[in-house]
Design a protein around this ligand. Structure first.
Ligand code: PGA
Length: 256
């Protein structure tokens, strides 16, 4: 059984001052909630304060990126070693915003995934097609290429520690989530690629998330699909009550 995983990707939002009440409220709203694994990924500047505030809670810490060197003359970058040391368990890698605005290519992303695994961080590897690619009927081809770049470095023994997130680019921040059926179809395909490469056992163990305009109203239908194991959530993770409702999607009295 794969435990559901909900990840809040804050992107470039929230100062330290703004992060404190958000995290404090989250720990309160989600206190003792253990049905779902919960991860928040604040910007680097808020990681320390987040770690302090969540230390006795059921919330885990993640970062939004890393650089693939250990340390050295790489002005402006943050290493996996630093993230491990500050208390991160997860790191988002290959987000489409990084691919698009910061020209990260598949090779860079694969190196980052390797580095994360070497330092005991679980990578959340994002893949997904553009609207044009979906309309052209090549969505699966795009996702396959992105995933295969990761497979080229991902060792069988490490594969079970990876998390994938299918995030169709046209659904991110647009309010237009993929239908549960479309998300399921692609995630099922992704699991098949995992099976072909690493075998059935690993494919059934790896969690695959959906991301793109997830909110408390559409999460339940998405989670009802057999291959969707959780969500990578942007906008709806920036308000404590909204994210808490989303995390508790399966609770009849999940109202807070
Ligand atoms: P969104 O972002 O939930 O705001 O669409 C998701 C993401 O980019 O991870």
């Amino acid at each position: 059984m794969r435990k559901p995983l909900m990840v809040g990707n804050w992107k470039m939002n929230k100062t330290i001052t703004e992060s404190i009440p958000l995290i404090t409220d989250l720990t309160e709203f989600l206190k003792d909630y253990r049905k779902t694994e919960i991860v928040i990924c604040p910007p680097y500047t808020s990681l320390w304060v987040a770690r302090e505030l969540i230390q006795d809670s059921n919330i885990l810490l993640g970062a939004q990126n890393l650089y693939f060197q250990n340390d050295g003359a790489y002005t402006g970058e943050i290493s996996a070693r630093m993230l491990q040391n500050i208390g991160c368990s997860y790191v988002i890698l290959g987000h489409s915003e990084r691919r698009e605005y910061f020209q990260e290519n598949s090779k860079d992303i694969a190196r980052k995934v390797q580095q994360a695994l070497d330092f005991g961080l679980k990578p959340i590897i994002c893949v997904g097609e553009k609207l044009k690619e979906r309309n052209e009927g090549i969505a699966q081809k795009v996702v396959k290429e992105e995933v295969e770049a990761i497979f080229s470095i991902l060792k069988p023994l490490d594969a079970g520690r990876a998390v994938f997130a299918y995030e169709p680019i046209w659904a991110i921040g647009t309010g237009k989530a993929a239908t549960p059926r479309d998300a399921q179809d692609m995630i099922k395909y992704l699991r098949k690629l995992l099976k072909d490469k690493y075998g059935k056992k690993t494919a059934e163990q790896v969690r695959i998330l959906y991301g793109g305009s997830v909110n408390p109203d559409n999460i339940k239908a998405l989670m009802a699909e057999p291959d969707i194991d959780g969500a990578l959530v942007g906008g709806a993770s920036l308000q404590a009550d909204t994210f808490a409702r989303l995390v508790k999607y399966n609770d009849s009295n999940g109202l807070i």
